[in-house]
Design a protein around this ligand. Structure first.
Ligand code: NAD
Length: 377
């Protein structure tokens, strides 16, 4: 891993500001995908749709990262990515020779963007290779797996973050601010939906429990869990849940629609819905002196919001993934806070497991003892 001190980083940041104003990066250009003293090299592991259409283009818009390597099981992708992003031959890996990244100083961060069942394995191997880790959501298949990832990163003294792009979005910061400053009074009720109608190949990995760990809840439900928590500013103390199935011939192996109700420490109540067979993309927070809402609340943006004061919540649109990767780079380089630490991914997995447990027990309330685990203000 290249050695960057806080001083060289901040000095080159200043120079970079001048230099970057002379560049006009375009989507197809890899001029902004060049190494420099103030940038960390990121290796994308798994070149599926999220890496291809969101993460790699976002890396061209980051200030402190660049795409330095790829890991793919598809040989044909190597040449395409090499040309598009100006990668060198010694920065292309497959799943078998992945561990040899330990010898590549151009890789500072490994970003695991594989089906959920492969997250733990590749995150742990990346940590053992001495690389910082970003693990896509949901963090893993179980709480036990989350613990093994967190431990591997601790043992190898590397930083860990979960691919929770919303944690870097200005709309999320605004929601957290309203809650913290009680702009609309005390929160009484939070409602959150994260759902879409799934179609296409019924054999896709997201509908295969062995690869995904679960259906809508694992895929979209973690967003509803996240927004419910930052909509209240605290972790829930209990959850009760219900599952609905209307297309069992398509959703053979995984959950289709789930609703869940939360209780929070100061008496706030939450209601969430997640589905692979309905649309929903909303956070609404009712307080004793008004309300605020985001709709859409979880998509790649632009996010849109409004309040009971008749005001629009509006920020310039930036790629959330670029903001997210820059936040993590600054955490590594400058020691700023980790906005989506491993403990946050683990906390959400505890809630996911409690929701499945409640459904298995016909909606029985599950007590949660989370304290402040994963809360980042
Ligand atoms: P995808 O199906 O488009 O890509 C998966 C990649 O994994 C492909 O390159 C595929 O070749 C590879 N792969 C390796 N072994 C595989 C196997 N056994 N079965 C299937 N694919 C295999 O999926 P995606 O949408 O890119 O999702 C990847 C990860 O990113 C998931 O964990 C998903 O939850 C996460 N994701 C996060 C966001 C977000 O907004 N943070 C958005 C989309 C996806």
């Amino acid at each position: 891993m290249k050695k960057i001190t806080r001083r060289t980083f901040t000095t080159s940041l200043g120079k970079g500001l001048v230099a970057s104003s002379l560049l006009i990066p375009t989507f197809s250009s890899f001029s902004s995908n060049k190494p420099s003293a103030d940038k960390l090299g990121v290796a994308l592991v798994g070149l599926g749709s999220y890496s291809t259409y969101q993460l790699a283009p976002s890396l061209l818009e980051t200030k402190h990262c660049y795409l330095s390597a790829i890991v793919t099981g598809t040989k044909e992708k190597e040449q395409i990515w090499k040309e598009k992003y100006g990668l060198s031959r010694d920065c292309m890996y497959n799943y078998e020779n992945f561990d040899s990244i330990i010898n590549n100083p151009k890789i500072d961060v490994v970003y695991v963007v594989l089906p959920n069942s492969m997250h733990a394995d590749f995150c742990i191997r990346a940590a053992r290779a001495g690389k910082h880790v970003i693990c896509e959501k949901p963090m893993a298949m179980s709480v036990v797996e989350c613990d093994t990832i967190i431990k591997a990163c601790k043992d190898n003294k590397v930083k860990l973050s979960v691919g929770y792009r919303m944690q870097s979005d200005p709309y999320t910061h605004e929601v957290k601010k309203y809650v913290r400053e009680k702009t609309f009074g005390e929160v009484n009720f939070v409602a959150s939906d994260a759902a879409y109608i799934s179609g296409g190949n019924p054999n896709q990995w997201r509908l295969n429990k062995a690869l995904s760990g679960g259906g809508a809840l694992m895929n979209m439900g973690v967003y509803s869990i996240q927004t419910s928590i930052y909509g209240v500013g605290q972790n829930p103390t209990s959850v009760s849940a219900q599952e609905f199935s209307t297309r069992p011939e398509y959703f053979k192996d995984t959950d289709e629609t789930i609703t869940a109700q939360f209780e929070f420490p100061s008496g706030e109540i939450g209601q969430m819905m997640t589905s692979h067979n309905a649309n929903g993309n909303r956070l609404k927070v009712h307080c004793n002196k008004g309300w605020f809402e985001l709709d859409p609340a979880h998509s790649y943006g632009p996010i849109s919001g409004r309040t009971s004061k008749g005001a629009e919540i509006k920020f310039p649109h930036k790629r959330q993934q670029a903001l997210q990767m820059d936040d993590f780079a600054k955490h590594i380089l400058l020691g700023t806070k980790n906005v989506a630490p491993g403990e946050m991914g683990k906390r959400d997995m505890i809630i996911v497991e409690a929701i499945y447990q409640s459904i298995a027990q016909n909606g029985k309330k599950q007590q949660l003892d989370l304290g402040t685990l994963g809360i980042v203000s």
